[in-house]
Design a protein around this ligand. Structure first.
Ligand code: DX5
Ligand code: ZN
Length: 219
């Protein structure tokens, strides 16, 4: 699965930018990744629930909300209630991640848990039993266009192994620095869903970029 991140899109032309990755089947985004940043959990500020509500009205691509915010215990469920397909919170910010997962699922969304590059996976294996998605960050969250941190692939491999052996039931997603050069390593590590911001939206033809990434991930 390819999930273009609109962080690198032109926010003044958001509907057109979303339509640009909603073309013919091979070129169509599987998920639309929306980065919500609050200038507290990360040193950047993007958009919040009102904009996500508008995006949900503007597209039928399932929306994948990545909340890089403090106090997701309070705010995450609103994105699920608005109709996001998947809502991901950061384990470093969540006070009660199991309660959040339950709230998200009760509101009809898939629950996602994200870990920053320096956060280990092992302490959260029991928590992950309550989640549908693990989002492995392959850059420090906050900005698009950063360099891929290959060290995090060990965590993706470990998660893949736990899924394949039936210990966990979740989709493994990766976010940060994914492009035509790095996506193959991530695919080899067992990642299911690839977020790509600059590699899609800085391309002349975003739909073509989606198709090219998909071809590299699953040759
Ligand atoms: C970064 C965001 C990413 C970002 C990725 O904190 O979570 O989703 O858009 O951008 P690229 O693909 O350019 O690294
Ligand atoms: Zn993201």
């Amino acid at each position: 699965m390819i999930a273009p991140s609109i962080l690198s899109a032109d926010f003044a032309r958001l509907a057109d930018e979303i339509a640009a990755v909603n073309g013919e089947p091979g070129k169509r985004a599987d998920w639309l990744h929306v980065d919500v940043m609050d200038a507290h959990f990360v040193p950047n500020l993007t958009l919040g629930l009102p904009v996500v509500e508008s995006i949900l009205k503007a597209t039928d691509i399932p929306v994948d909300c990545h909340l890089m915010i403090e106090d997701p215990d309070r705010w995450a469920v609103g994105y699920a209630e608005a109709g996001a397909h998947n809502v991901t919170v950061h384990v470093e910010a969540a006070k009660d991640p199991i309660a959040i997962a339950k709230d998200l699922r009760a509101a009809g969304a898939k629950a996602g848990l994200s870990i920053k590059p320096g956060t280990p996976l092992e302490p959260y294996l029991d928590v992950l039993k309550h989640y549908d998605t693990l989002l492995v960050m392959s850059v420090e969250p906050g900005f698009g266009g950063q360099k891929f941190i290959a060290d995090v692939l060990d965590k993706a491999r470990k998660a893949r192994e736990l899924v394949d052996t039936g210990h966990l039931k979740l989709l493994v997603e990766i976010d940060g620095g994914i492009n035509a050069d790095t996506i193959e390593q991530a695919a080899e590590a067992g990642v299911d869903c690839f977020v790509a911001g600059s590699a899609v939206y800085n391309a002349d033809d975003p739909a073509q970029a989606v198709e090219a990434l998909r071809a590299k991930a699953a040759p």
